[in-house]
Design a protein around this ligand. Structure first.
Ligand SMILES: [Zn+2]
Length: 123
């Protein structure tokens, strides 16, 4: 559960309440000070929501864990475990590629370990 996940529904609720209050005031009260006050609150909630939405791809659920890994079924790894495995997989793929770039065969143990990490991250 990210900070965004925790705060977003509450801020969204507060923003909706402020918007509802604005609609009510618009229909029932000609007092522009009240409207300005509530509009200020709505703008502040909207700004904070926008700032939260600017977090990391993980915060926005746009990282490879959400866009790729979960597409292949229920997770065997937590979000943090997945990203750690993803980094390990990339290191092994780079190592395997370095053998190929040098015109050599990838040693079987390197190939096996690389496949293991690729399977973990569903590459
Ligand atoms: Zn992530």
């Amino acid at each position: 559960m990210t900070l965004y996940d925790t705060l977003e529904p509450h801020l969204e609720d507060l923003l909706n309440r402020a918007r509802a209050a604005l609609l009510w005031l618009d229909a029932h009260s000609p007092d522009s000070h009240q409207v300005d006050y509530i509009q200020g609150i709505a703008d502040a909630y909207s700004h904070v929501l926008g700032q939260l939405g600017l977090g990391t791809p993980c915060d926005r659920r746009e990282c490879t864990y959400y866009t790729h890994y979960l597409a292949y079924g229920p997770p065997a790894l937590s979000h943090d475990q997945f990203h750690a495995a993803e980094r390990q997989c990339e290191r092994m793929q780079q190592l395997a590629q370095s053998y190929l770039d040098a015109g050599r065969d990838v040693p079987p143990n390197i190939e096996r370990i690389t496949r293991t990490w690729e399977n973990k991250v569903r590459a």
